[in-house]
Design a protein around this ligand. Structure first.
Ligand code: ZN
Length: 86
């Protein structure tokens, strides 16, 4: 039986499966989810299945913003020339 600590009084309570439990010490209800299986998977292992590293996302995002700014600047200048230029 897994043991959890009550979030209110920190007493140890035995639990059986995911669900809502009432602490016998302080009578506060808390939700416990059995996610021990997932916690056993190392974060590095999950990272391998990430479609793109976060660094690439930042770089591509920065280039995207730069491109949009250049495009807006070009449109602004083009519009400005259209109004005032001959
Ligand atoms: Zn408690």
């Amino acid at each position: 039986m897994p043991e959890v600590h009550c979030p209110s009084c920190n007493e140890t309570i035995g639990v059986e499966s995911s669900g809502i439990y009432e602490c016998p010490y302080c009578e506060e209800e808390f939700i416990w989810q059995n996610k021990g299986h997932y916690e056993e998977v190392p974060k590095e292992y999950i990272g391998q299945f990430s479609p793109m590293p976060i660094e690439f996302k930042i770089i591509f995002g920065a280039f995207g913003i730069l491109f949009l700014m250049l495009l807006l600047g070009f449109l602004f200048i083009a519009g400005f020339s259209g109004v005032w230029g001959t």
